[in-house]
Design a protein around this ligand. Structure first.
Ligand code: SAM
Ligand code: DTB
Ligand code: SF4
Length: 327
């Protein structure tokens, strides 16, 4: 059975609810930690093998120079972060990275571009990359900004398996983080991706100075989508010098774990990714995230522009925990 088959079947998980109210989600966040963890771990093992983690490798195929103002992002042209604007990578260079990712054990290859939205010519270039990466036997994912319905259908035609587009936070806090596009713009792109038949990868960031109620709002919105995203990345803010969020107060790691647990309970069939922020996370916090139901990570020493744990460190961690990559 292919992984995408497995995942799609998972989203139809028995008892998956789409009517989570804010109050329901708030009540989960308010549970005593042992209760929350027990419920999350129980839901996790009803739907997945808790010893398995899905492994994706990221590549920034078009770095920096982005016109948007996302306050967390080192690739926004308007912030002085030391990230140099580059052109779209050449096809053969992307395929060489994908081959290396496959050899090191990744099952999915995610290509990220610092665009507000791609031009149709960009889409054609990315479609060629998707075809090449698929031919290597990897699942494909792309994150390119806002998409039209036509662009989503074209990407589907090239064989794209997943599209990542995050809601990032609650509808109320969103305007404090991004002003150059709206929450509804994001929901529109997600609908185009869903309608085109591409698996949806959608989550958010915590540690941006939001309150618990914003984490409640984010998860309630994700769990209220007509179909739960197949993949839900929960990122811990990587505070980058030069961005408006550089001096954000560090989030209590247990609040990050709680967010993972609530995502797991509300979206029982989704693969929940312990996403950005692992470089500065202890093995103990990561282990709690896996207990709370996280079952995917980014693997390889770099996210898009910031560091991620080296492969040796991650393999040692999984080994220590008796966990293994999902086949
Ligand atoms: N430009 C496209 C877009 O914004 O949709 C695709 C790439 S963008 C970098 C993908 C996602 O990475 C963002 O939506 C955000 O959730 C996450 N991200 C970016 N910078 C981050 C940071 N410093 N810490 C944590 N997550 C971050
Ligand atoms: C997601 O939710 N997190 C990834 C991926 N989707 C594209 C990106 C994290 C980026 C962290 C900052 C950087 O490395 O530039
Ligand atoms: Fe641009 Fe995406 Fe970064 Fe926002 S998150 S500034 S859209 S690259």
């Amino acid at each position: 059975m292919s992984l995408s088959h497995h995942v799609s079947a998972g989203v139809m998980a028995a008892g998956a609810r789409h009517d989570w109210t804010r109050e329901d989600v708030r009540a989960l966040f308010a549970l005593p930690f042992p209760e929350l963890m027990f419920r999350a771990a129980s839901v996790h093992r009803e739907n997945f093998d808790p010893t398995e983690v899905q492994i994706s490798t990221l590549l920034s195929i078009k770095t920096g120079g982005c016109p948007e103002d996302c306050a967390y992002c080192p690739q926004a042209a308007r912030y002085d972060t030391g990230v140099k604007a580059e052109k779209l990578m050449a096809l053969d260079a992307v395929l060489a990275e994908a081959r290396a990712a496959k050899e090191s054990g990744a099952s999915r290859f995610c290509m990220g571009a610092a665009w507000r939205s791609p031009k149709d010519r960009d889409i054609e270039n990315v479609c060629a990359m998707v075809e090449g990466v698929r031919a290597l036997g990897l699942e494909t994912c792309a994150t390119l900004g806002m998409l039209s319905g036509d662009q989503a259908r074209r990407l589907k035609q090239s064989g794209l398996d997943y599209y990542n587009h995050n809601l990032d936070t609650s509808p109320e806090f969103y305007g404090a983080v991004i002003t150059t596009r709206t929450y509804d713009d994001r929901l529109d792109t997600l609908a185009h991706v869903r309608d085109a038949g591409i698996n949806v990868c959608c989550g958010g960031i915590v540690g941006m100075g939001e309150g618990v109620e914003d984490r409640v709002g984010m998860i309630a919105t994700l769990a209220g989508l007509p179909v739960h995203p197949e993949s839900v990345p929960i990122n811990m803010l990587v505070a980058v010098e030069g961005t408006p969020l550089a001096a954000s107060a560090k989030l209590d790691p247990l609040d990050f774990v709680r967010t993972i647990a609530v995502a797991r309970i509300c979206m029982p069939g989704s693969v929940v990714r312990l996403s950005a922020g692992r470089e500065d996370m202890s093995a103990e916090t990561q282990a709690l995230c896996f207990l709370a139901g996280a079952n995917s990570i980014f693997y390889g020493p770099k996210l898009l522009t910031t560091p991620n744990p080296g492969r040796d460190r991650d393999m040692a961690l999984l080994d220590n925990l008796g966990m293994r990559p999902m086949a």
